[in-house]
Write a protein that binds this ligand. Structure first.
Ligand code: SAH
Ligand code: SF4
Length: 434
């Protein structure tokens, strides 16, 4: 494969040493936007065609062995390509993770925050969350919007409503939008893809788009990637296969893991994670949750406490303390230094300082909820959800004060996963610290 620096691209393609580089993505998956190629072996090339207009046109080429990209008007769309990245500390091994599970909480939390500071600094990335639909065909035992919960007032935002929220969010500075919902047949993969094309038309290429709508067919994820989606979140929920099948009403863990593979193969950043404190979970399950997240080489690791919902079959389950989630967060950071880890709303709902505790343990993302209050009240996966009465845009000043209180600061950058940045930019300080 030969790299073809693009004439006139001021960002990365002019670098003479790019000539003859190996592919940016050694595993041949993902976003090849940083450079253009004359030929590529396989995967999907996503590129922005610069027509001198704004926003520029985004296109995707499926690549097969020997695909010829010569003559394609490819423009570097990644100003981050020349960014110097901090070297990644070695991820903790299984043995280290198992032994740290026994450490006092403060010690493991301190290690995790130090690791986060070295790699990510004191920044906390903001993501604007939009809860698109609370219709769901699934019946997960833990979830407040499961199909059989007749008490839920169901809603579905329209495309117009979503575009309006995204536009306002973009004007206010958000550079990542996370669209989430139940598995709602009305929001089919093709409708989601059209919606994301619409988002690209109004806000261009700059913001990242993350989706989380459960298990889709492999083609669904590929279509989303072609439509401009960057990331997909699908928690595996628990690493215990028997518990998974029971809690997800018959759907095996292997099905969830296959979907995560499909997401990776579609070239999307992969987000997954688990709940902490599910009934039937053991300490071994919690350790294996971390190990599975590491094995999956997640770009985003979302974890949070399980909070029993009164209108589900798990209503009578005990509420386990937040500390378990804090420990899991810290160990997840040490297992996956390059991964983005949100301080989740569930943690903030269980404890008034839950999100701060997770940030102190190595989380580096916050997700203010931009869904209009009358809808977000109806999207109760668990009871006691915080910030349901105010518009999400009002949350950022509160969050700024909260993070300042623990010596951190909010960042409006789009905050891609360091794993993906290193793949895009192999010369940007990729060396692994010995
Ligand atoms: N339907 C999609 C996305 C919405 S659910 C999906 O299932 O992937 C998003 C997440 O909410 C789930 O992955 C689960 O981890 C979390 N969740 C659901 N019920 C919960 C509860 N009772 N307590 C805490 N988290 C819960
Ligand atoms: Fe549906 Fe997701 Fe809730 Fe399961 S967790 S019932 S898939 S919204």
């Amino acid at each position: 494969m030969k790299v073809v620096p693009m004439k006139g691209c001021k960002e990365c393609c002019t670098a003479p040493e790019s000539k003859g580089d190996p592919p940016i993505l050694p595993d041949n998956r993902g976003d090849l936007r940083a450079h253009s190629y004359e030929t590529a072996s396989y995967g999907i090339a996503t590129y922005t065609e610069d027509l001198g207009s704004s926003p520029s046109v985004r296109k995707t080429l499926p690549l097969s062995p020997g695909s010829d990209l010569s003559g394609t008007a490819v423009h570097c769309a990644s100003p981050q390509a020349r960014e110097v990245l901090p070297p990644s500390p070695a991820a903790w091994t299984e043995e280290e993770i198992r032994s740290a599970w026994e450490w006092p909480l403060e010690k493991v939390v301190r290690e995790a925050r130090e690791c986060t500071d070295r790699l990510w600094g004191r920044k906390v990335f903001l993501r604007g969350l939009i809860e698109v639909t609370n219709y769901c065909v699934q019946n997960c035992l833990y979830c407040g919007i499961r199909r059989d919960n007749g008490k839920v007032e169901r809603y579905r935002l329209s495309e117009e409503q979503i575009l309006e929220i995204v536009q306002e969010g973009f004007r206010k500075g958000f550079r990542t939008f996370v669209l989430q919902g139940g598995e709602d047949p009305e929001y089919s993969p093709s409708r989601l893809a059209r919606l994301c094309e619409g988002i690209r038309r109004v806000v261009g290429e700059e913001p990242a788009i993350t989706l989380s709508f459960g298990i889709l067919p492999p083609k669904g994820y590929r279509d989303l990637a072609s439509a401009g989606v960057n990331r997909y979140l699908l928690r595996f929920e628990t690493s215990d296969p028997t518990l998974h099948t029971y809690l997800r009403n018959g759907i095996p863990l292997s099905r969830r893991l296959k979907a995560l593979e499909d997401i990776r193969n579609a070239g999307l950043e992969v987000g997954s994670g688990f709940m902490v404190g599910l009934p039937g979970e053991t300490e071994e399950t919690r350790i294996r949750n971390i190990l599975l997240a590491q094995e999956l080489q997640l770009d985003m690791g979302g974890i949070g406490p399980f909070i029993p919902h009164p209108d589900t079959p798990l209503a009578g389950s005990p509420q386990l303390p937040l500390e378990l989630s804090v420990r899991s967060t810290a160990l997840l950071r040490l297992a996956l230094p390059d991964c983005n880890i949100p301080a989740t709303t569930a943690a903030g709902s269980l404890h008034p300082e839950g999100r701060e505790r997770m940030l102190s343990a190595g989380a580096n993302v916050l997700m203010p909820n931009l869904t209009p209050p009358r809808y977000k009240r109806a999207y109760q996966l668990y009871p006691g959800k915080i910030c349901v009465d105010e518009p999400g845009f009002a949350c950022t000043s509160c969050l700024a004060i909260r993070v300042a209180g623990i010596g951190l600061e909010l960042s409006w950058e789009r905050g891609d996963s360091l794993r993906v940045k290193r793949l895009r930019n192999p010369r940007g300080g990729i060396t692994h610290a010995e």
